[in-house]
Ligand binder design. Sequence first.
Ligand code: GSH
Length: 203
Amino acid sequence: MKLYYSQNLNPRVAVAVARHLGSPVDYIAAAPMAPDQQEAFRPINPNTRVPVLTTKARNYWEADAIACKLSALAGSDFWRTGDSHPEMIMWISWAAYHLNSAGGVYYFWKLIAPQFMDFQPEQPVFDEAMRDWRQFMGILDSQLQGRKWLVDDRLSYADFRVATCFPFAAAAGLPLADFPQAQRLADQLNQLDAWRDPFAGRR
Ligand SMILES: N[C@@H](CCC(=O)N[C@@H](CS)C(=O)NCC(=O)O)C(=O)O
């Protein structure tokens, strides 16, 4: 199996999952949106994005699908399958549509866009994203009150997914320390080598 990745937001999560689970993948650094690489990458993922997991049977794109597949292959309940499955999916979906969507505005415009374009959106775009970030971080903070991890009080992929933007928060200008329980989650995750430095040895 090959795991195509870059060091950006979502591939970082997929690499952290693979490292956490000790998955037997070959890590392939890729830049699928680079103009000279886009067409070659299209058969691997028609979206020309990473992460992608290639297996004998098929290719999986989307970090969530990759986490699901790798967890099943590892025989791990990092991706829950029993009674907790819907609750884990709730957090994954919530993170995608709400928290990471708000954080992604800052991530993209502050960290990614300046690498290849000389344009920033109007301030209201940032204001709205910040309002959303604070609102959703408040919800996460309340949920974590009195519990160590989000689902079953044991580490699961939901913890990785809601924390997708955390490693980039300081650089992107996203407040994290204002939310003490979320900051604690960030600190706990940073105790895992796989999360803190997923690209160790393969930059
Ligand atoms: N919804 C996808 C997002 C995939 C995506 O947008 N990937 C971006 C990075 S976050 C990408 O491939 N950008 C080009 C690159 O990193 O070279 C997922 O969760 O995996």
